[in-house]
Design a protein around this ligand. Structure first.
Ligand code: BDR
Ligand code: CA
Length: 361
């Protein structure tokens, strides 16, 4: 009872002092040069949609695609990434193989969702381009350190590669322009009640990344839930003569079908594509809020949860012997921006129009 009362007071105090949401990011459409990005992926159906969106977007200059085990084992993920760059006519983008296993926990793959091959068993020609000989971690380090402050990392799988790069090269986190990641949740999980899949699949790696000091935008489940692809969107893609559009329609069919089998009939959340959307144009986030995000690496029910401190303060306690009393509310520095409100209509239009367009000759 007492705890409830105290919490009520804290909540009120915190609300009064809560930082107002920052304006919705810098207006990226005015960028004069494309944003230079490394995509870190575990393809995966929505990873594939994200990669194709990125490869069709002139606002992004893709320096490399690095692959991590996640939705499928990394060897399959690399095969898929190579097929996708060829489909998009972007065989010049280096594709590198990354971590085979999470830092500490046992690998979890998701063929049940993404199909045995990770691409919904929707066939594509075998790739003719080869995997880059450099390990993903080395390639990330090489590209970032060559141009400090220039490269945005866009991880949309477990954060193993990024954490390993930060561990291998001290100071690297301070040299990335920013990290726009898909992962985490401030409102319940999809892998467990508490944890989102990318973070749950390597919580220890996520912990390293969130503590790294790099500027992070965390595109979490409440953000991606605002962006659904539905059956009604697929004919538009099917009408296009573009092989990319045809393939996206086929993937969309499988992806929506999975949601329907679970009883969700309003379509499937465009998780990974939304991270690409915000890399293209941060103003797609209508409301962005700085938070401190901690990753739970010990909890029995909460392993892999992204614990969000929205009010950027914690209570400090004074020891009175038989009890503590609250002595104040010291401020906490945010380590991530979380998009709270997405301009979903504009994002979906961006997604569909980029993917239905004719293939560049
Ligand atoms: C995330 O988990 C993966 O299965 C998807 O590709 C996405 O990155 C959503 O929780
Ligand atoms: Ca993914």
């Amino acid at each position: 009872m007492r705890r409830t009362e105290v919490f009520g007071v804290i909540t009120l105090a915190a609300c009064l002092a809560a930082p107002s949401p920052s304006p919705a990011g810098e207006p990226d459409p005015t960028r004069e040069t494309p944003r230079r990005v490394i995509l870190d992926v575990d393809p995966g159906i929505d990873d594939a949609l994200a990669m194709l969106l990125a490869m069709r977007s002139p606002e992004l200059q893709i320096e490399a695609i690095t692959v991590v085990s996640g939705n499928v084992i990394v060897d399959q993920g690399v095969r898929n990434a190579l097929k996708l760059v060829e489909l998009a006519g972007r065989g010049e983008i280096p594709v590198a193989m990354g971590a085979r296993y999470p830092l500490k926990r046992k690998l979890i793959t998701a063929e049940t969702i993404h199909g045995e091959d990770g691409l919904g068993n929707q066939p594509l020609p075998e790739p003719t381009v080869a995997v880059d000989p450099r390990p993903a971690v080395d390639l990330i380090i090489e590209i970032v350190t060559a141009d400090p402050g220039e490269i945005t990392l866009v991880p949309v799988g477990p954060l193993t590669n990024i954490a390993q790069a930060f561990q291998k090269q001290p100071g690297l986190a301070g040299q990335v322009a920013e990290i726009i990641l898909m992962g985490g949740s401030i409102a319940g999980g999809n892998a467990t009640a508490a944890a989102e899949a990318n973070i749950y699949n390597d919580p220890e790696a996520a912990d390293i990344v969130f503590r790294s000091g790099a500027p992070i935008t965390m595109v979490d489940l409440q953000a991606t839930a605002q962006t659904r692809i539905e059956r009604k969107h697929l004919p538009r893609l099917r009408q296009s003569a573009s092989p990319v559009a045809q393939y996206v329609a086929a993937l969309g069919d499988v992806y929506i079908g999975f949601a329907e089998r679970l009883g969700f009939f309003e379509g499937s959340d465009l998780h990974d594509p939304l991270a690409i959307g915000l890399a293209i144009d941060k103003t797609l986030a209508l409301e962005m809020r700085p938070m401190w995000i901690g990753v739970e690496t010990k909890g029995e029910l909460t392993y892999g949860e992204t614990v969000a401190n929205r009010y950027l303060m914690d209570e400090a306690l004074k020891d009175l012997g038989d009890r503590y009393t609250i002595s104040g509310f010291p401020k906490i520095e945010p380590n991530a921006d979380v998009p709270l409100k997405i301009d979903a209509e504009r994002f979906l239009e961006l997604f569909l129009s980029r993917l239905e367009s004719e293939d560049p000759s």
